[in-house]
Design a protein around this ligand. Structure first.
Ligand code: QAP
Ligand code: CO
Length: 198
């Protein structure tokens, strides 16, 4: 899982905070392109994606969400997050126990079962809804060096991999809700967007 000889060993967040595109940004609906160059530019992008994810804080982030239509996502489903209320009442987080994972050109094979999980998304801030996914999956993916790995996943890891993989196919979790729920959320988002423009 960990890829020896790169920045993921003894990881501490560093890099640049990238701009997260928010629904209905067109890039979120595009099918992303496979990675073909396993170079230092790819490593820098993944590093910045992880930094952006932890800063949010979130548990998964796909390249299209930060404006790169490439088949990459980063994930960490169980780092520790201590909430700190500042003197002015704002909230900050002290993070530790990082276990960053990078998935490049992932291929998902459904294995079995169904799971309902309440999902959120950094590109749909403030909205959380239950989505039905396959419970057990197998994912084949490449690491930063281009080496191929296979991982069996269930529970939250499986849900998160499927959620992030959807982003690579131009699908956002609200696209998987009933049209009634999806339309309600879309309308609220558009209303909120207009309110902010005033
Ligand atoms: C995808 O999502 C996911 O609305 C990752 O205000 C989430 O990290 C897969 C976040 C849940 C499975 C289950 C969302 C942060 C983070 C928000 C995230 C927000 C702040 C979402
Ligand atoms: Co998402």
């Amino acid at each position: 899982m960990s890829q020896p000889g790169n920045f993921l060993d003894n990881y501490e967040p560093s890099g640049a905070a990238l701009k997260i595109h928010v629904y209905p940004a067109p890039i979120l609906s595009k099918v992303a392109t496979p990675v073909t160059e396993f170079d230092s530019k790819l490593e820098a992008l993944c590093k910045d994606m992880l930094y952006t994810m932890y800063k949010a804080p979130g548990i998964g982030l796909a390249a299209p969400q930060v404006g790169n239509s490439l088949r990459i996502f980063v994930m960490d489903i169980d780092y520790d997050r201590e909430e700190i209320t500042m003197a002015d009442g704002s909230i900050e987080y002290r993070l530790s126990g990082f276990k960053p994972q990078i998935f490049i050109n992932p291929i998902i094979r459904p294995i079995e079962g169904e799971i309902l999980y309440e999902e959120g998304c950094l590109s749909v801030p403030g909205y959380y809804e239950e989505v039905k996914r396959v419970e057990k999956i197998q994912v084949e993916y490449q690491d930063l060096k281009g080496n191929t790995h296979t991982l069996d996943a269930d529970g939250l890891l499986s849900v998160c991999i499927q959620h992030e993989n959807d982003h690579l196919d131009g699908v956002v979790f609200i696209d998987r809700l009933s049209f009634l729920k999806r339309d309600l959320i879309k309308k609220k988002i558009m209303k909120e967007k207009k309110r902010k423009q005033l």
